[in-house]
Write a protein that binds this ligand. Sequence first.
Ligand code: G6D
Length: 345
Amino acid sequence: MISKKYITEHKNKEIYLYHFKNESGSEMKVTNYGAIITSIKMPDRDGFFDEVSLGYEDVSSYIKDNPFYFGCIIGRYANRIKNGRFTLNNINYQLTTNEGKNQLHGGHIGFHQRTWEGRVEEDVLILSYLSPDGEELYPGTVQIEVKYQLTNENEIIISYEGVSDKDTIINLTNHSYFNLNGSKSAIFDHELFIDADYFTPTDEELIPTGELRHVEGTAFDFRESRKIGERIFDFEDEAISIGNGYDHNYVLNGSGLRKVAEVNEQTTGRCMEVFTNQPGMQFFTAHIIHPNTIGSNNNIYEPYYGICLEPQVHPDSPNKDHFPNCVLRRGETYHNETIYKFSAK
Ligand code: G6D
């Protein structure tokens, strides 16, 4: 069941908050501003519901500023593009640059700061955004559609589609920060599994070098579930040092819609499984959260209070021929299917 509440007007567009509630009492809230997930409430092993994502209490806070990209849909290209440049069809493109000389998360005004059109069809929220040719200097007018669904099996299904009138590049993801113990402490004791033999190390500007580094024997090996805090500060590993913990793309094993990760939190018994059709996933441990950040549900956040698991293509794929394809050809359809499935043990 999805209810809709008018919040405010922003740049002559109406902002709403959509409230999902399933048969077991689990909840999710999404606003059409930035297509942002503002809240996810899931039960623990005793049936106690609590907030499992980081965010703000009011939608107006997201409109005012959301420096950590809490809950956002990120695009047109999530993550970084070196120098904001790429070549497509022998044409050199220069995008806007908003992080030094690079572009991060779609530029100065990415999809997370755009107001989307929302409509509800049965138990699905459909959010649409038309990204015009030249927006942040990207080629092509792209019609984006993101569908959010909360099933009675406590799955959050996010389906992304995009079509363009010109060849362009695209890479969408959701930037929710998860914390399975009610967002009341850091994530160091969360146990993580990632089905990936390789990750893509970066330079100091967090641009992948192009190397595919095997995780064997490194702090990046989550092929067996283990606590995130176990090696998060192994700063003698240059990649950990650059990321201030984990801020890296993993090269996921397999293809098609498959399970790629699992997070468990023992004190509550909450578990989150991640399924996706994407080739890569950014794992981020949120070192950037400012101390004493006032969050929702009267929570105060500190650095390392959340983990992001963002299925997508690898960062800077437009400039790395051996990375997955991120080109959307005119008339083709971009499709990203990602599921976050919650349970309690
Ligand atoms: C930092 O490098 C990280 C990104 O991965 C993250 O998406 C952002 O903060 C919120 O820039």
